[in-house]
Design a protein around this ligand. Sequence first.
Ligand SMILES: Cc1cc2nc3c(=O)[nH]c(=O)nc-3n(C[C@H](O)[C@H](O)[C@H](O)COP(=O)(O)OP(=O)(O)OC[C@H]3O[C@@H](n4cnc5c(N)ncnc54)[C@H](O)[C@@H]3O)c2cc1C
Length: 269
Amino acid sequence: MPRHKSPTRRRMHRAEVTRIERTSPSFITLTLHGPDLADFEPMGVDQSCRFFFRRDGQRELAMPTASHNGWLAQFLLMRPAVRPWVRLYTVRAFRPEACEMDIEFVLHGDHADSGPASAFTLHARPGDPVGLFPEAIGYLPTAQSQLLVGDESAVPALLSILEQSPPDLIGDAYIEVPTRRDIRPVAAPAGVTVHWLPRDDHTAVPGQLALKTVTSSWKVPPDQRIYCWVAGESGLPTGLRRYLVKEQGVPKSDVSFLGYWRHGKSSHG
Ligand SMILES: Cc1cc2nc3c(=O)[nH]c(=O)nc-3n(C[C@H](O)[C@H](O)[C@H](O)COP(=O)(O)OP(=O)(O)OC[C@H]3O[C@@H](n4cnc5c(N)ncnc54)[C@H](O)[C@@H]3O)c2cc1C
């Protein structure tokens, strides 16, 4: 059983920021537009893409141009002075007819310790150039009964999965967010119970509340095959996978676990 599925066409696309919307206190949605997105291959659900943007002081956005995995070698050979930042983000929405994509960014840390992507989002202006390189989906369900769990970095993926699910999907979705003001309406199938978990504690490590809640209150329903998708700060997917496989007897092949970021560690690139 493959752990992810990649798009067939993978090349760099140029776009620019056209809209900036504060979705809730901890999230900003950027709308990106460009004719170069016309042949972007959307896969839906939790599809991610590499998001390239300028470093402070760079006037131009220089980007690798190679298709498929060739971009990485090219990126590493770029002089540090011209090399852009790159981070992974979920394609929250894609509108091919308008050549538009939405990405929803978590704002984390205060100004001094936020990461480059979070800071870029906070200061983004219409016209800012960006690069987008399509990546894979990790949501590959093996059963119609599901457990979906994530912290705030996985909110865009979780909401896309729920919005795009068939109406007969059943199960539970646990969504941890920084504050109760980040809770919003969700378009989920009627058989899915959505549990919002606001931390309301800026000192807590993201993901731990979801981990504690699920391991103390969720069990595999009797006589049901269940597919589990877990994403967020790496302690959440690794801790929950252990619980699901070792304590709940879920086969490893029915668990997709995705470490989206690591507490205290900056992403590569
Ligand atoms: C497949 C995939 C899809 C993703 N989709 C999304 C998405 O749609 N939206 C989204 O916001 N993120 C998403 N992420 C996570 C995002 O890539 C990371 O949060 C990334 O580290 C942010 O980059 P940065 O430059 O802001 O911070 P970095 O430079 O990577 O890190 C700087 C500091 O900030 C901390 N940090 C990083 N991310 C967070 C966070 N979310 N909350 C609190 N502290 C953090 C780090 O631990 C580090 O101490 C996704 C990751 C993957 C792998």
